[in-house]
Design a binder for this molecule. Structure first.
Ligand SMILES: [Zn+2]
Length: 402
């Protein structure tokens, strides 16, 4: 355990509801049972440095799903339809994270089978804010100061975000509603095209629509961070150009390191950095594979990191691991038709390995500890590590959230 303060770590979601009466009594995954390894430093001095860096710095995950999945994946659809997404509060407290951009499972609908519906989003958001309000040691962050206060207090700050803006349909005022309810980061498009632009699985890339430009303008005016993680290449470039403020790619990697649609080409990464934006390195299964590491692990993920640092500059790179507590690979399979995984993970004729979990980056509790260990072992300075663990994101938020 590290971090500035110790708070009770045994709290659980929805303490004011009766399990099995007010929501389905589903057995949840045990977040402490891991298949992954924890990296140990090669000597005591390095371990002390890692511990100090974790304790001193603002650690921000640019994208994660810090919820618990059902132990039995067969329970997942019913569980997610109830919209009572259990957060792994106790585990997060132990993770040492200062802030997490919380993008819940919006890909699964409850009123409809498909995701990203307005009613579903409002319901999920309201339930999560109600849950957060009944927990100690966690806050919903709406300002940079909220994040800094959380670090001082030893709390975990949740930044509310959504991976798609599809649910606003053709109504700009819905962006204002979401801001009012605490949303501070919005992905413009998920895999399928919507009223704002093309997604990453479209064959014909139409770029940002006229309405999409107006939506970006409104997000700028309100102070919502624009995210193009799942947008098509043209839509990403258009959004970077159209936005008066720098934007984010909260969770992706480099297509030059692994050639799948889910990764971003150099042109997009460079344009993002030139306008002051930040890339969060992705680590969900079957995404950040690399030519050198065809079986995804912390090693292949860091191949994307080193490439992005070289291309964009270290002040434009951070981490958005995109992990969760439970069997991520099985979850991906269960929702593959929605996320379009057969198209977005397609590496053509290249051989690569399907994995059960990403060794070293399996869930939000271990990610930043192992990333910091990797950075220390690979000779990065304290100031570089401070920047990529959260400093770069803080700088971006200072520009965008005002
Ligand atoms: Zn995503």
């Amino acid at each position: 355990m590290y971090g500035p303060a110790a708070k009770p770590a045994d709290y659980e979601s929805f303490p004011y509801l009766r399990r099995g009466v007010d929501f389905p009594a589903v057995e949840l995954s045990d977040p402490s049972s891991r298949r992954s390894r924890f990296a140990a430093a090669s000597d005591d001095d390095r371990q002390a440095r890692i511990d100090r860096l974790l304790a001193e710095n603002v650690l921000i995950s640019f994208h994660d799903h810090p919820q618990l999945l059902p132990a039995d994946l067969a329970d997942t659809p019913a569980f997610l339809r109830s919209k009572h997404e259990f957060t792994a509060f106790a585990e997060l407290r132990r993770s040492g994270l200062t802030a997490v951009f919380d993008n819940w499972f919006g890909v699964i609908g409850s009123t409809r089978r498909a995701g990203w519906k307005w009613d579903d989003l409002i319901t999920t958001l309201g339930l999560r804010l109600a849950d957060l309000a009944h927990q100690d040691g966690v806050v919903a962050a709406r300002t940079v100061q909220d994040i800094l206060d959380a670090q001082r207090a030893g709390d975990v700050a949740f930044v509310m975000g959504t991976e798609s803006a599809g649910m606003i349909e053709n109504d700009l005022d819905r962006i204002d509603v979401l801001y009012g309810l605490g949303i501070r980061q919005m992905g413009l498009v998920y895999s399928d095209a919507n009223t704002l632009g093309s997604g990453q699985k479209e064959h014909h890339d139409g770029g940002l629509t006229v309405f999409g430009r107006r939506a970006v303008e409104r997000m700028n005016a309100l102070g919502i961070l624009v995210d193009v993680s799942h947008a098509s290449d043209r839509t990403s470039l258009d959004a970077i150009e159209a936005s008066a403020k720098p934007i984010a790619i909260t969770h992706a990697g480099a297509r030059a390191v692994w050639p799948i649609p889910r990764m971003k080409p150099d042109e997009v990464l460079k344009a993002c950095a030139e306008r002051g934006g930040v890339l969060g390195i992705e680590a969900a299964p079957h995404t950040t594979v690399s030519y050198d590491h065809r079986s995804q692990s912390i090693d292949s993920v860091m191949d994307h990191f080193t490439y992005a640092v070289e291309l964009m500059g270290i002040e434009h790179v951070a981490f958005g691991p995109d992990t969760l507590y439970g069997d991520h690979a099985a979850f991906q399979k269960a929702i593959s038709d929605v996320i379009g995984s057969s198209t977005v993970f397609d590496a053509g004729d290249l051989e690569w390995e399907r994995i059960s979990h990403v060794d070293g980056l399996e869930n939000p509790s271990e990610n930043f500890r192992n990333i910091t260990g990797w950075l220390v072992e690979h000779g990065y300075s304290d100031s570089e590590i401070t920047a990529v663990l959260g400093g770069n994101i803080l700088r971006l938020l200072n520009e965008v959230w005002r």
